[in-house]
Unconditional design. Structure first.
Lengths: 114, 116
């Protein structure tokens, strides 16, 4: 059971470089999310999507863009990476069915910006 | 920003002991509540949902007090494998006016170490 798959697992970038993180889920979930987790802080929502072709901003969207061209994929882009974006990034997905549905997480992407 | 507060610990307890974690949340409109478990350098995994009437899953018991905006998790007969960080998570539906996207607010987690 693949669930939520994130690629790559690790990446080191130089300041100013761009990259895209890929999240894929095989559970036919409508909702998908991108979070970042920093030391001493809880997970914070970057962007989310309620369905194919739709995206919206979360708590900390600045410096990131997202796209949901296919229901199963949710891409997170960094156009010009900054050291402050060094973090662990988690993707999650959730089925429809109200707030009681839990989110399912991928195993994370560790990103370092030098 | 809506807050979910937890004691960060670490809690060091001997194997077999009972341990309790508490969590408070600031948004009285919060609708759903969860405990997630996160192992070192791993993704969060759902431990259990928390219901108003309280609920139990094996050695784990969760309680919710909406009036006090307080959530608890009790672990009985703790095992070495229970060592992890426990995240208190609150679902605030429509927090971002997202038409039901249900953004989650995470506490920073409570670190539990079970000693042999």
């Amino acid at each position: 059971n693949a669930g939520v798959t994130q690629t790559p697992k690790f990446r080191v970038l130089k300041t100013g470089q761009s990259m895209t993180l890929l999240c894929a889920q095989d559970m036919n979930h409508e909702y998908m999310y991108w979070y970042r987790q920093d030391p001493g802080m809880g997970l914070r929502l970057i962007h989310y999507s309620v369905g194919e072709g739709t995206t919206a901003k979360g708590e900390v969207p600045d410096g990131y863009n997202v796209s949901r061209l296919k229901k199963q994929n949710f891409l997170l882009g960094l156009e010009s990476a900054a050291p402050s974006q060094t973090s662990v990034y988690f993707c999650a997905s959730k089925a429809m069915g109200g707030p009681g549905q839990p989110q399912h997480f991928g195993d994370g992407t560790r990103l370092s910006i030098l | 920003r809506k807050e979910v507060e937890q004691d960060p610990g670490p809690f060091n307890v001997p194997e077999g002991a009972t341990v309790a974690f508490n969590c408070t949340y600031s948004n009285s409109a919060s609708q759903s509540f969860f405990w997630y478990r996160q192992d070192c350098r791993k993704e969060p995994k759902l431990l259990m949902s928390v219901y108003s009437s309280g609920n139990e899953d094996g050695r784990f018991t969760a309680q919710l007090n909406r009036a006090s905006q307080y959530i608890s998790l009790l672990i009985r007969d703790s095992k070495l494998s229970d060592s992890a960080t426990y995240l208190c998570v609150v679902n605030e539906a429509n927090m971002y006016s997202g038409g039901g996207a249900d953004g989650l607010t995470f506490g920073k987690g409570t670190h539990l170490i079970i000693q042999p």
